[in-house]
Design a protein around this ligand. Sequence first.
Ligand code: ZN
Length: 278
Amino acid sequence: MGGAEGPSPSAIFLFFLFTLFFAFPAQALEITGQPQQGGLVLGRAAAGARVFLDGEAVPVDGEGRFVLGFGRDAGARAEVRVERADGSAEVVALEVRPRDWQVQRIDGLPEEKVTPPKALLERIAADNRAVAEARRSRRALAEFLGGFRLPVAGARVSGVFGSQRILNGEPRAPHSGLDLAAPEGTPVVAAAAGVVSLAHPDMFYTGMTVMVDHGLGVQTVYAHLSRIDVTVGQRLAAGETLGLVGATGRATGPHLHWGASWLDRRLDPESLPGLMQP
Ligand SMILES: [Zn+2]
């Protein structure tokens, strides 16, 4: 190194480089949206980066885009860790806004639909395995970034996400989607572009059920259909008809149960970005 005259030209150059790097981190983590229970935010990191939410690996597309989803009961703080291809890492703490959830009582359901007999437990377990398998479809595409639309035109919201359900007086799991009441036979369309990950003719709770993988871990589910018009692996454009409204499975009348998920977390469909009428 140089003498007492001052920093050498190479040291000045290095200092300049570091200043630039810290002042203008070209690969800074971007988060768009307010994290809240039941919601999702969009993120972007440097291409090739690996992203973790509270230690869990997050799907990232080729341009560094990703989604972070927060379940109904998500804690007040979440931690995002980004590991870039150059070995550098960044950790960001997110505040997750809490929400209040409704209590919904439904009476008059057939008792076997509230407390299924043991003979049906294996069938319900098989349904759950099929859904979990469909959720493993993790396409690194982000075709939904143009926004989501309501899957039924002119429907009335008859049940919201997150309600604590009390069925025939017995507390059950919170409602995992948005209920859209519409006449039997009303077309149901894909809320965004994607690929069909499940098309099941007869699930115990959800009847005729379709799931669509929109990429980056985001999927939507369409339940109680009276007809299914798609098959697994089929590519759907946003707004393309996938079936008809019905009352199959555990339903007291014709409606679409519309759900959304990110990885294994259930999301509030009403919090999906860009939600608009079909
Ligand atoms: Zn529902």
